[in-house]
Design a binder for this molecule. Structure first.
Ligand code: SF4
Ligand code: SF4
Length: 85
């Protein structure tokens, strides 16, 4: 499942440099997450690091429109990082 940044975002810039997949960038008015690059941190961390660093509770949430199994998130990680098993 990719994550989603809601309108609660205060553009504090904390999450963008922490994403291991470069999935976070500034959008039209608030930060956004690229669903094609977000692995929910699978392959890097045990929990989504953007949620860990965000100072505003419930700002970064799971995106109900982009549900993926852990297996699919691992496949996304492999493609993003050109990892060969
Ligand atoms: Fe990036 Fe991880 Fe947040 Fe997804 S969950 S946007 S991969 S930091
Ligand atoms: Fe917005 Fe949270 Fe990212 Fe700060 S850490 S830019 S409040 S989503």
């Amino acid at each position: 499942m990719a994550l989603l940044i809601t309108k609660r975002c205060i553009n504090c810039d904390m999450c963008e440099p922490e994403c291991p997949n470069e999935a976070i960038s500034m959008g039209a008015s608030i930060y956004e997450i690229d669903v094609n690059r977000c692995t929910e941190c699978v392959g890097h961390y045990d929990t989504p690091t953007c949620q860990q660093v965000c100072p505003i509770d419930n700002t970064i949430i799971t995106d109900p429109d982009h549900t993926e199994s852990t297996e699919l998130l691992w496949e996304k990680f492999v493609v993003l990082h050109h990892a060969v098993s």
